[in-house]
Design a protein around this ligand. Sequence first.
Ligand code: ADP
Ligand code: MG
Length: 450
Amino acid sequence: MLGVLGGGQLGRMWAHAAQTMGYQTAVLDPDPHSPAGLVSHLHLCADYLDPQALAQMAQQCAAITTEFENVPAQALAQLAQTKFVSPAAAAVAVAQDRAQEKAHFTRCGVPVAPHAVLASAADVAAVSEALLPGILKTARMGYDGKGQAHVANRAELLAAWQSMQSTGLAMPSGDQAPGANAARASSPNLEAPHPAQASTAGKAIVSPQGHATPSATVCVLEKMLPLAAECSVVLARGHDGQMVHLPVQANLHRDGILAVTEVGDGALDPALAAQAVAAARDVAQGLDYVGVLCVEFFVLHPDGPSGKTSLVVNEIAPRPHNSGHHSIDSCDVSQFELQVRCMAGLPLVPPRAHSAAVMLNLLGDLWWSGAVSASAPVQQHKNAHPPTEPAREPNWAAVLALPGVHLHLYGKTQPRRGRKMGHLTCTAPALAQARDVARQAAQCLGLAPW
Ligand code: ADP
Ligand code: MG
């Protein structure tokens, strides 16, 4: 039996891959209706730090993984005392903290966005003008654009910083997620109420001036960059250091949430894609990583005399990633099978893409907009979401009538705005065809064109 911490859709698709290969699966997740728990042989419905549940997991599973980075690092460390855990707690700890993550990228010689770590009011006051306008992000616990604020100037930066201090979204940087609050954390795949996941309680932070201040919600201020595009690399690294990767994904985000992923010839400039793969390998190597890792990048608009676009690493996810979901339908080895192979110490072969693909995320919003006719402007229904109006199942039959459409629903019974309910992958021999079908599917569902 193989085990996973977290029972969201990533755990569910991993369980499907493991079961296809003959493994039984165990899931630890406090939600009795977790998507992965529903399809697994064993669902331990308990907190991530529950000693009995962890003991049972260790006893029954040959190897254990995680499907979200905010799992308490102690849970992974405890399991690792007796069983193989992939990825290791130390690598997950880096991914849990934007400040550590950026320091790691810099150590690896991979370009990062200009940024400053803000641990105190004094740090905020000392911010360089060159970082504005910027995006203030909590160092910990952010996902899908949550825990972020766009700040145009110093006044907005201060207001956003103060607001993040009072909402307490994150824990002090450098702390491992300790205690009961972190233990109650649910997988982000389930979109649990976020502030409940975190604690502001912690040790005092010493400002650069040497004054100890009460615990702060450490944040990272990033310069707002001119993005031409975004891309990601999903790779798998085995015990022996061998690495394989999926075709590089071109990603479109809306409101901080992945909306569209494209893969295939024409999705990205090949030289840029090769650069992204090389950088992702350096990042994995530097962590001595074993398992599936996603590295996300910004593609910057060309400036300067060279007129060339350039790449900046954004963040990592120590697990399969939403942008790699296409691999289930477009490659001969999916990102979830790679995760199973890493856990089981099986050989890693380079996934071969047999189709171009466009993946569309299906958010809960569609349950209110799905029946909208193709001519209705998306903006109209995006914010008009009367809670009194009953949710309606989108018209799946209409999209499934299109060639090469693969529908994946995650078994979540309650649609909510912004909640990831499923995805569609449109495959075709060439990207132009996959795009064409995906655009028709988007129109059927009332998704915004891109
Ligand atoms: P999350 O952890 O919530 O995914 P990200 O840091 O990846 O947060 O930010 C979400 C999205 O916001 C990115 O995919 C990108 O579209 C946009 N974004 C984030 N940081 C910047 C930046 N420094 N400049 C421009 N856009 C950004
Ligand atoms: Mg991101």
